[in-house]
Design a protein around this ligand. Structure first.
Ligand SMILES: [Zn+2]
Length: 308
């Protein structure tokens, strides 16, 4: 379950949704049937469903820039999603799950680990020895991001909304945890850990007032990578302050197939682990949504078909 599912259900996602609609951006399971001409997969293969298989025919795809595909077939947005016993996917829209990776872990790979891997390493250019600040570090994406930043050899400051969540994030081995409340707290708290120079990369899946606070804790030449805005979608922005700061604001979404393969390999060796908050039977999806809406979740929430 991703927070986007909640937004789509509530009608606030800003994606055009055709009805009837089936939610579910991510799914993992076993191949039960293949279409004519499918060579890569056979019955019984353990797979996860790609969250944005490229169309392979638009101008971006034809130049190899599949991440910029104009017509991706996104489960749970443009195509029926994973809240189901059975789902379909194009042949190139599946990934093999390594033997040592559970369905639960595999189902968490793309939007939590894939998005934040692409955001930190590719878009944010985070390198060993640099300092990363991860906002909403207790969330599904946040718990993935702090692990990826550590794997990259970065110092990690995790920012969370409550002391209860701080405990869970500390267990992931971050260098410092900042608990933010009202806007204005973040800069002082980060300076206490990173010094007045500031941080190299901020991963911002929150937006709103925190986005502006986070810009102020970036060092000169630092990068803020933005991929979410549940904290506020429209933000007043001081351009003078911005260009004098010589920082970059980078937009990101999605991930590359090669990144998903890397993450699956790290999950198999145990270097990365999806933090799972809880699992629910598919028919209790509403309970999972309510937990996400109450911001009670640490890590990921999963739905299991036929769990009863
Ligand atoms: Zn395309």
């Amino acid at each position: 379950v991703n927070h986007l599912d909640v937004d789509i259900r509530a009608g606030t996602s800003r994606y055009p949704i055709a009805f009837p609609h089936q939610l579910g951006r991510e799914a993992a399971g076993v191949v039960v049937a293949v279409g004519d001409g499918v060579a890569r997969w056979k019955e019984g293969d353990r797979v996860l469903v790609g969250s944005a298989p490229s169309c392979r025919s638009c101008s971006a795809c034809l130049t190899g820039a599949t991440a910029l595909c104009e017509r991706p077939r996104r489960p749970g947005i443009d195509a029926p999603g994973g809240y189901a016993e059975l789902a379909s996917a194009p042949e190139h829209g599946l990934f093999a799950i390594p033997d040592g990776v559970s369905f639960e872990q595999a189902a968490c790979v793309q939007l939590a680990f894939g998005t934040t891997w692409h955001a930190l390493i590719d878009r944010g250019q985070l390198r060993a020895g640099e300092t990363a600040l991860v906002l909403a570090a207790a969330s599904g994406t946040g718990t993935a991001a702090v692990q990826i930043a550590r794997l990259a050899g970065a110092h990690v400051i995790a920012a969370v909304g409550s002391e209860a969540k701080a405990e869970r994030v500390r267990a992931l081995g971050v260098d410092a945890v900042v608990v933010y409340g009202e806007a204005g707290d973040l800069a002082a708290a980060v300076e206490a850990h990173a010094g007045p120079r500031g941080v190299d990369v901020v991963l911002d899946g929150v937006g709103g007032p925190l986005f502006r606070e986070a810009l102020r804790v970036l060092r000169r030449g630092g990068r803020l990578v933005s991929f979410g805005a549940h904290g506020g979608e429209t933000v007043p922005f001081d351009l003078i302050e911005f260009f004098r700061s010589y920082t970059s604001i980078v937009a990101t979404r999605g991930s590359l197939a090669s990144e998903i393969e890397s993450i699956l390999a790290e999950l198999e060796t145990g270097v990365l682990t999806a933090v799972v908050d809880g699992t629910y039977p598919l028919e209790d999806a509403w309970q999972a949504h309510e937990r996400l809406e109450r911001r009670e979740v640490v890590g990921r929430v999963l739905l299991v078909p036929n769990a009863r």
